[in-house]
Design a protein around this ligand. Structure first.
Ligand code: NAD
Length: 287
């Protein structure tokens, strides 16, 4: 069994980004800029935002924080997004979700300039992904494909089951896996809470991607011998952090597996930095 080390892979990607930024800025090019908007006091969001800011700093990306009170109005938030859209030095705009009650996240996401949509949540980015056009891909699914590529686990010609149909993980991941290419070209089954026999679907799969949000949901009897298992879940339990896969039981059955923590999680931030880098290159004509 191969352990897919997302922590190490994410570090490698971050080091690559740091190197590119350092060499360009040494030539006088301005550093990439990421605006991070956090509204309210949600403790988990505060941790995520801190981690993203730290990762930016390490990579030489200028992160510009906007910490707003929960009492911020929709119009104030829209005005900030408009100002950041117009700001030449901002390459990416990240709006940390969820927003406090009373604020309309969809309206805000729609207001972000798609050219700065480094989270890949704008409907234009999603449409581009579905149509196979260039654009920003949501960071978690992009990180999963990057892991498969760096570990050379091609999905081409294989059967893949994605469990979970969220807009940020399951749906975009299913689209990516069905795209042309070595780390696409899979026959994809998208499962969800209304799938009649989920265990059977999983047993037939060469690749299982679990994005459900239920601790140890995927058990050993659901996994085919030699399958690749990617665990997206992050669940806080009394015994600590665990994924959507019963890791201890499944690990001996599969050919490769991501742990939790240290699997998909670290890749999400690495891909946010990569998307910011991509935006910066495009905006400055560096590619
Ligand atoms: P979500 O709650 O938006 O969606 C969960 C999906 O699971 C739904 O589509 C639902 O149909 C499906 N589901 C729920 N119960 C089911 C059941 N009994 N059988 C089959 N399907 C079922 O979740 P999300 O935002 O996609 O997140 C999923 C998990 O991934 C969570 O644990 C979340 O914390 C984690 N996550 C991790 C990262 C990361 O960076 N590693 C990023 C995003 C989400």
């Amino acid at each position: 069994m191969k352990l897919i080390d997302g922590k190490k892979t994410a570090q490698d990607i971050r080091a690559e980004i740091k190197e590119e930024v350092a060499s360009r800025t040494a030539q006088g090019v301005r550093a990439p800029g990421l605006a991070v908007i956090l509204v309210g006091e949600d403790p988990a969001s505060q941790v995520y935002v801190r981690n993203k800011e730290r990762a930016c700093q390490e990579a030489g990306i200028r992160s510009v924080p906007y910490r707003l009170p929960a009492s911020t109005s929709q119009e104030e938030l829209m005005a900030l997004i408009a100002a950041l859209n117009a700001d030449e030095r901002v390459d990416g705009i990240l709006l940390q979700l969820p927003l406090p009650k009373g604020l309309d996240a969809d309206r805000c996401l729609l207001a972000i300039d798609p050219a700065k949509d480094v989270d890949g949540f704008h409907p234009e980015s999603v449409g581009r992904l579905v149509q196979g056009l260039p654009g920003f891909v949501s960071c978690t699914p992009a990180g999963i494909i990057e892991l498969l590529a760096r570990y050379d686990l091609p999905t081409e010609g294989k059967k893949a089951v994605v469990i979970g149909r969220s807009n940020i993980v399951g749906k975009p991941l299913a689209v990516l896996l069905a795209r042309p290419g070595r780390f696409g070209n899979a026959t994809v089954t998208l499962c969800h809470s209304r799938t009649p026999d989920l265990a059977k679907e999983c047993r037939e799969a060469d690749f299982v991607f679990a994005a459900i949000g239920r601790p140890r949901f995927v058990t050993a009897d659901m996994v085919k011998l030699g399958a690749v298992v990617v665990d997206v879940g992050i669940n806080r339990t009394e015994q600590g952090l665990c994924g959507d896969v019963d890791f201890e039981a499944v690990k001996d059955k599969c050919s490769a597996i991501t742990p939790v923590p240290g699997g998909v999680g670290p890749m999400t931030i690495a891909m946010l930095l990569k998307n910011t880098l991509q935006s910066w290159r495009q905006r400055l004509g560096l590619c």
